[in-house]
Design a protein around this ligand. Structure first.
Ligand code: HEC
Ligand code: HEC
Length: 239
């Protein structure tokens, strides 16, 4: 007992000391641009974390390929991801090397392995967490699956728009036959898509049924699911 007691006291004290040590001013700042889970965040997890925290291995009983796994409340370091508060999120403390012996990914002797995250990458994770840590619904393989014109978007446009927007006689000079034609836009509206930037892509306003200048708005309205697909395609660069 004489030996055990000091140990039992020492452990919680050490942990409390670790927590107290976290100085938010030492964390790289969040980036100011808009970040997207699929395009910006998950690729960082994939490159730097999933080899140890994915479907195959779960070091520290932690996995980041599912939402509930990633948002785990750890026993010793608090919530791994605290939506809305990056400076209170353990993954941010760890990637910033603010918890003793818990730098993630852990240092390695092998060159090229376990590279520390850059300030920019940490800034991206912070911006994502600060703005609510939005993790899209559905299995991750579906969420991160690339959306392409040929396999995903073309069939939707062909069915909904093809009767009026095909070939040289397409209404308003806007044809949906190829990605190039869609990106080129029409004779009146010009470009309606800015690759990588849904907010600057007026086609989404049209497809949501909110463009009041077009004839037959109902013919220009897609389901919310289809609009989301087109939006994802644009976000991923409209390839
Ligand atoms: C090379 C393997 C490896 C990589 C890559 C790695 N980790 Fe870890 N991680 C570990 C190990 C091992 C532990 C357990 C350490 C311990 O408890 O002392 C751990 C523990 C954690 C924990 C604590 C889990 C808990 O419940 O206590 C978090 C959170 C974490 N890692 C996040 C990350 C993040 C975020 C990344 C990517 C930026 C990452 N890790 C990359 C090996 C890795
Ligand atoms: C029933 C026929 C019809 C259908 C179906 C239709 N449109 Fe149209 N669309 C028109 C007409 C008519 C115009 C106006 C053309 C003009 O101003 O000369 C137009 C104009 C447009 C324009 C503006 C072109 C420009 O630059 O002037 C776009 C973009 C457009 N449509 C996209 C679509 C998309 C995307 C779909 C499928 C979701 C679709 N349309 C379905 C008839 C249709």
């Amino acid at each position: 007992m004489k030996v055990l007691l000091p140990l039992l006291v020492a452990i919680p004290v050490a942990l409390a000391a670790d927590k107290a040590k976290i100085d938010p001013s030492k964390i790289p700042l969040p980036v100011s641009r808009k970040v997207d889970f699929t395009r910006d965040v998950y690729p960082i997890f994939k490159e730097s974390c999933l080899s140890c925290h994915g479907a195959e291995k779960q070091k520290g009983k932690y996995r980041m390929d599912t939402r509930e796994g990633a948002f785990k409340v750890t026993d010793d370091y608090g919530p791994a991801i605290l939506a809305g508060k990056s400076e209170g999120s353990a993954i941010i403390h760890m990637v910033s090397n603010l918890i003793d012996e818990m730098l993630m990914p852990p240092p390695s002797d092998k060159p090229g392995q376990s590279e520390k995250l850059t300030a920019e990458q940490i800034g991206i994770l912070r911006a994502w967490i600060d703005r609510g840590a939005v993790w899209p619904d559905g299995p991750i393989q579906e969420v991160i699956k690339p959306v392409t014109f040929a396999t995903d978007v073309r069939p939707v446009f062909a069915q909904a728009c093809g009767s009026c927007h095909t070939g040289p006689s397409a209404k308003g000079g806007f044809a949906v036959d190829t990605a190039e034609a869609v990106l080129k836009g029409g004779s009146g509206y010009g470009k309606v898509i800015t690759p990588g930037n849904p907010a600057k892509s007026s086609i989404l306003t049209i497809l949501a049924g909110k463009d009041e200048d077009l004839p037959e708005p109902e013919k220009h309205t897609l389901s919310a699911r289809q609009v989301a697909l087109v939006e994802k395609w644009i976000l991923q660069g409209a390839k």
